[in-house]
Design a protein around this ligand. Structure first.
Ligand code: OFO
Length: 162
């Protein structure tokens, strides 16, 4: 592992964050199509957050003189059974992100790249929040257990995410 390889891997993660945004956008579309506008709002905000995560990598890579590259993004899953399936898929996705970030952090540490390590530690903290937020939603949906009135009340709360 050298610095160039680490930056290549961070460029991959830049693209992966954009892919995350695309996945959440598709989930939000499913919610809107199924008239769950509050859950859709939450997921569109999540999409925006992923773009911010992506841009943080992009800004850093440009700052250190790396030739940032965009890659093709695959078609995201668009067919879901219900809201629980969506948010469980989101949590699983976040777990993948967490393991990728940890791997990058280990690589930065291994080569003594303090600046990259510092940037990646921000993402490590952010991932704790990301996973906790989806876990809380899943717990709530499990408690609601398919009750339409419960789902509507929660939809109203999800509409509040700024
Ligand atoms: Fe959802 O944390 Fe970025 O990808």
């Amino acid at each position: 592992m050298d610095n160039k390889k680490l930056l290549d891997n961070m460029n991959e993660q830049y693209n992966f964050e954009l892919e995350s945004a695309y996945i959440y956008k598709a989930m939000a579309h499913w919610c809107e199509i199924n008239d769950w506008n509050g859950y859709a709002n939450f997921l569109y905000k999540q999409e925006e957050e992923e773009i911010e995560h992506a841009d943080k990598f992009k800004d850093y890579l440009l700052e250190v003189g790396y030739d940032v590259k965009l890659k093709a993004i695959g078609e995201p899953k668009s067919d879901y059974k219900d809201l629980e399936e969506i948010f469980k898929a989101a949590l699983e996705h976040e777990k993948v992100v967490t393991s990728r970030i940890r791997k990058l952090f280990d690589e930065a540490r291994e080569i003594g790249d303090y600046a990259s390590e510092d940037l990646l530690s921000w993402y490590i903290t952010e991932q704790v929040e990301e996973e906790a937020s989806f876990e809380a939603i899943i717990t709530r949906l499990e408690r609601i257990d398919g009750s339409i009135s419960g789902l509507y009340i929660f939809d109203g709360e999800m509409a509040q995410r700024q």
